[in-house]
Write a protein that binds this ligand. Structure first.
Ligand SMILES: Cc1cc2nc3c(=O)[nH]c(=O)nc-3n(C[C@H](O)[C@H](O)[C@H](O)COP(=O)(O)O)c2cc1C
Length: 227
């Protein structure tokens, strides 16, 4: 740890332990969206697990990605999600809400592969349109995905999926494919066992670029919609 200026501390992350780097990153990149991933083995066993190393990585074509670390369970080589997705090449990213926090935490337990986490958490498995994996009936949004690639990155594997179908709860998509985040109430991941459940939404928009007027990235201030 070094003092880089009077008000900042610097870390040479190459000298830190993986756990120290985990804490630095996971305490800074917050709140993180959560992919509540449901999938199915080739033998027909269903699985659910949450992953907060998750985001959109492309919109044309629409693609999502999440990253899977090594299991905590001794003697297990990979988490069930990764093992199932690698073989079935399909999965569903469901978006969890604040009301589903207890069910979500239950699905983060590292069960044996023969435990159906829909049963363990009391969740409803619904059929999908384009993939054999089930979606979570209680989730307001579900994206059916086919595996694009799985990239090993040291101790984690980045799973990239192409979205092939999307489900939204009635009333959530207001107009022209715009889901309303206030109605969604998504759950966010904070450090350790903490979650964020509320959003304060404010409006800001950059002006359209107008080089003749010398405008490149000016911010236009809008009415505050946070209340
Ligand atoms: C909110 C939350 C977010 C999580 N994010 C991740 C993640 O990004 N990557 C990961 O490998 N594990 C993550 N976990 C842990 C997995 O959900 C957990 O290891 C799970 O049991 C894996 O299940 P599986 O073996 O059925 O795939 C997270 C857990 C919680 C509660």
């Amino acid at each position: 740890m070094t003092q880089t200026s009077s008000s900042k501390i610097g870390y040479d992350v190459t000298t830190l332990t993986p756990h120290q780097n985990y804490k630095l990153l996971c305490g800074s990149v917050v709140p993180r969206p959560i992919a509540w991933v449901s999938c199915r083995s080739l033998e027909g066993m269903s699985n659910i697990a949450p992953f907060s190393f998750f985001n959109i990585v492309c919109t044309d074509p629409p693609m999502l990605a999440f990253s899977v670390s090594k299991p905590l369970v001794q003697g297990k080589a990979v988490k069930d999600t990764l093992a199932f997705v690698r073989r079935s090449r399909e999965f569903v990213v469901n978006i969890p809400t604040a009301e589903l926090i207890d069910e979500l935490v239950l699905t983060s337990i590292e069960y044996e592969p023969d435990v159906d986490e829909f049963d363990a958490a009391g969740l409803t498995a619904l059929p999908c349109h384009r993939v054999a994996a089930p979606r979570i009936g209680e989730a307001p949004v579900s994206f059916e995905c086919v595996l694009h690639s799985a990239i090993d990155l040291g101790a984690s594997t980045l799973v990239l999926g192409r979205v092939v179908y999307a489900h939204f709860r009635d009333g959530l998509v207001a107009e022209d494919c715009k889901p309303d985040p206030r109605k969604l109430r998504p759950l966010g991941r904070m450090p350790g066992p903490r979650f964020s459940t509320e959003m304060n939404i404010v409006l800001r928009a950059a002006a359209l670029s107008d080089p003749d007027a010398g405008i490149h990235s000016t911010v236009v201030w809008h009415r505050d919609e946070s209340r």
